[in-house]
Design a protein around this ligand. Structure first.
Ligand SMILES: [Zn+2]
Length: 266
């Protein structure tokens, strides 16, 4: 097994896979999970003889309930949150208010499909990050991790890349469901999704981290990453999955969609 400068802990959250990166006793959490995942993370750290004080940063890749749900609790314990400016404004306005309610319901739909015992996933639709991230920034305290803006799923998604150790956290850019690679639901900005997929295509990685679901080593992919990206690009705009047929019309309330405002990720 190759020796990395950090340890990747994979934790099964309520809906998504959560990754705790351990570097010299300090921890970085890739996405805040659902609100009910806060307790899971806390207990995980305690089982290792650590506390929430050892968690130095939580990065939120976008505002969906399974990625930003736990923010309130981490903030309450004084743990800094890093995110893009756009992400935390995603649910602004009346449209955002409605979309937030809809997305919270959709999260429960996902949990049901995963045969989870239903838990509350309510969370605040806005928060103030302690660190604002822009395209190409390094993470505070964990400078070997850099962010890349990859809009498409929402207007403000990011992925994280550790060039030194060749680890790429894809968040919700690409999902691995039952050994199949698919795009997330919804893809609200198809043109931007195509560009985002192109951007990550050239990344040189050994390990992929998927918020849905798990870890995959390059050698176990069974397909080259470039080929995978090309295959996924063809599916951008497809609406034949059950989510698209039933739920897509309920994903269009969000401010940045209905005002057709295409802005750069900031
Ligand atoms: Zn999402």
């Amino acid at each position: 097994m190759s020796e990395r400068s950090f340890i990747i802990h994979k934790i099964n959250g309520y809906i998504s896979t959560l990754f705790l990166i351990e570097t010299g006793g300090n921890f970085l959490l890739l996405d805040a999970g659902c609100s009910c995942d806060f307790q899971t993370i806390k207990e995980f750290l305690e089982d290792k003889g650590k506390t929430l004080k050892d968690l130095k940063l939580v990065v939120v890749t976008h505002m969906h309930p399974d990625h930003a749900g736990g923010v309130k609790y981490f903030k309450k314990h004084g743990i800094p949150i890093a995110s893009t400016e756009g992400a935390y404004k995603w649910y602004r306005g009346v449209g955002g208010f409605i979309q937030h309610k809809v997305d919270t319901l959709l999260a429960q739909f996902s949990a049901r499909r995963k045969q989870r015992v239903l838990k509350p996933v309510n969370y605040k639709r806005r928060f103030k990050p302690d660190f604002l991230l822009k395209d190409g920034d390094s993470l505070p305290f964990f400078s070997d991790w850099k962010i890349t803006c990859t809009p498409g799923h929402t207007l403000y998604d990011i992925v994280l890349y550790n060039q030194k150790e060749k680890v790429l956290y894809l968040a919700d850019l690409i999902l691995k469901i039952d050994d199949k690679f698919v795009l997330p639901f919804p893809v609200l900005f198809p043109d931007l999704m195509l560009k985002s997929l192109e951007r990550v295509k050239e990344y040189n990685f050994d390990t992929l981290l998927f918020a849905h679901d798990g870890i995959l080593h390059k050698k176990d992919m069974g397909i080259s990453f470039k080929k995978l990206i090309e295959n996924l690009k063809v599916t951008v705009g497809e609406k034949n999955r059950v989510e698209f047929k039933i739920f897509y019309p309920f994903c269009l309330f969000v401010h940045d969609k209905w005002v057709c405002k295409i802005k750069k990720c900031k």
